[in-house]
Design a binder for this molecule. Structure first.
Ligand code: ATP
Ligand code: MG
Length: 256
């Protein structure tokens, strides 16, 4: 892997997707650095969700490339992108509200490496269960839910449920998690809590985030790097401060 590919978990090159005459994603070049929070912002209809859909195989691009974790995944079907470790939270099935927090994570870890003799050889089965429980607790620790392991999911608060969703994404082996408006419709204090948790996770877990948001006031301070889209194109990129002071960005947001 080249050093460029080692540094970035995701890189798109001239990614383009049109719906009839409308070019929703127009030659977009975005890089998501490993173990960082990269934010993709822009007003309604800018093309943010379409960009993620094209990256994750939900839509086929008309042009361009998607390089994920050093591999060209352009046009891969969604399930293969997911298995490769590029996960959007809403792809992970909804938590089972009646199951405990721990069981929810165990279900997401699943029975990978299913072995036909597994049922017959009891010690193998017990060892695998033990490893999965250890892994689940490590994940729950990372998202701050370990103390609530035996609570049924429906008793959690909205912010805790969001963290459980992220825990379940981690349990599937996600290396990059796309969060499409994770704080949508929430009040600012609560949105801050979620984003600080997510940010804290980057210090202790080998994962990266692509945060899609249009509420810049709340989300911008948490970003390590920011891209701004408008009408299908990237019109600005840089550190949060640079972007916040960019006249083109100010114009879009004032004009909204
Ligand atoms: N399946 C589709 N068919 C036709 N047009 C579409 C389709 N999906 C999106 N569009 C159009 O593409 C443009 C980009 O939409 P998109 O949903 O990607 O924007 P967005 O930045 O995610 O906006 P929002 O902040 O509202 O979520 C919009 O003009 C939208 O109407
Ligand atoms: Mg959207």
């Amino acid at each position: 892997m080249s050093s460029e590919r080692r540094r970035y978990i995701l890189e798109t090159k001239d990614l383009t997707k049109a719906f009839g005459g409308l070019v929703a994603v127009n030659h977009v070049n975005i890089k998501v650095e490993r173990n960082k929070m990269t934010m993709l912002m822009g007003p309604n209809g800018a093309g943010k969700t379409t960009f993620v859909n094209v990256c994750t195989g939900v839509l086929k691009p008309d042009e361009g490339e998607v390089i994920f974790d050093g591999r060209d995944i352009t046009g891969w079907p969604p399930h293969d992108v997911y298995k490769a470790g590029f996960v959007r939270t809403f792809q992970v099935p909804e938590p089972f509200l009646k199951l405990t927090v721990l069981d929810n994570v165990l279900v997401a870890i699943g029975n990978k490496g299913e072995n036909p003799f597994r049922g017959a050889i009891k010690w193998l089965w017990i060892r695998e269960e033990k490893e999965n429980i250890e892994k689940a607790f490590k994940i729950l620790d990372a998202v701050g839910l370990a103390d609530l392991w035996d609570r049924q999911a429906f008793t959690l608060g909205a912010g805790q449920l969001k963290m459980l969703e992220i825990a379940r994404a981690l349990a599937t082996g996600a290396k990059l998690i796309a969060l499409d408006e994770p704080i949508g419709g929430t009040d600012p204090a609560y949105a801050n809590d979620i984003l600080s948790y997510v940010k804290g996770l980057l210090k202790i877990w080998d994962v990266s985030f692509l945060l899609i948001e249009h509420r810049i006031d709340i989300a911008l301070p948490f970003a390590d790097y920011v891209y701004v889209m408008d009408r299908g194109k990237v019109i600005a990129e840089g550190l949060p401060d640079e972007v916040a002071n960019n006249p083109k960005v100010i114009e879009i947001y004032i004009g909204e």
